[in-house]
Design a binder for this molecule. Structure first.
Ligand SMILES: [Ca+2]
Ligand SMILES: [Ca+2]
Ligand SMILES: [Ca+2]
Ligand SMILES: [Ca+2]
Length: 234
């Protein structure tokens, strides 16, 4: 019996060294999941105890959000004249009412095939809401990169578009990444090229303690090793 405990303890000890490091090095993708307000962000990606940055473009600037965005511009509500009248596709709740329309809020639009968000400080967890895009059949891809611009993970969200572009919100979807490596950039793209991407609610956290699960696993494994070692002695 003591021999079995001894072997098991050795295995668990090795796992405490190897398994948590492999988990911490992993990058996990979240979504696509329906998103009509910030209450719809999925569980498991962000920490309650860590400061949280959310850019919803409602104040018509993102200068204070610690991000840079390549390509595109902020779209204003329908009350402003011009193209923005009908294509603005904000997260639904940003105009004060969840009513199936994001046409009265603010969003970010680029008339091309990809948008890149660069974080001033690498994020532990980051996400955004895809609100509209090219109506041709094309998949939406979210990719995360580290500070050396090495690809961490690409998430294929499929063809999200409802083939309307006048602010409908049932298609709006959260996409995000959680990575212990640190996310320096997020890129959202249409696989087939296409002529438009619209996003909103860029959100992130930078706290290094933002992944509690591996730490919990380490403690659990160490407790098991301690327990089994004690049993071996009795
Ligand atoms: Ca609305
Ligand atoms: Ca908005
Ligand atoms: Ca939409
Ligand atoms: Ca649409």
């Amino acid at each position: 019996m003591k021999t079995h405990f001894c072997r098991l303890a050795r295995v668990l000890f090795v796992l405490t060294i190897i398994l948590p490091s492999s988990i911490q090095a992993a990058t996990l993708g979240f979504g696509p999941t329906p998103y009509l307000s910030s209450a719809d962000r999925p569980a498991g990606i962000f920490c309650e105890s860590c400061p949280f940055v959310l850019e919803n473009f409602e104040d018509e600037t993102y200068a204070d959000s610690g991000i840079a965005i390549s390509g595109g511009r902020i779209l204003k509500p329908f009350s402003v004249s011009g193209l923005d009248n009908f294509v603005t596709d904000s997260v639904d709740a940003d105009d004060g009412t969840i009513d199936g329309s994001g046409n009265a809020g603010h969003s970010w639009f680029f008339a091309g095939s990809s948008v890149t968000i660069t974080f001033d400080n690498p994020a532990k967890a980051a996400g955004l809401v895809w609100t509209d895009g090219d109506m041709a059949s094309t998949n939406v891809i979210l990719s995360a990169y580290d500070s050396d611009l090495n690809l961490l993970l690409s998430l294929d969200a499929g063809d999200l578009a409802d083939d309307f572009y006048t602010g409908e919100t049932a298609e709006d979807s959260f996409l995000g990444m959680l990575s212990d490596t640190g996310i320096a950039q997020l890129t959202i793209a249409n696989t087939g090229g296409g002529s438009g991407i619209e996003i909103d609610h860029i959100q992130y956290q930078t706290c290094p303690e933002c992944i509690p699960e591996p730490g919990t696993l380490v403690l659990a494994c160490l407790a098991l090793v301690t327990c089994l070692t004690w049993l071996r002695r009795v």
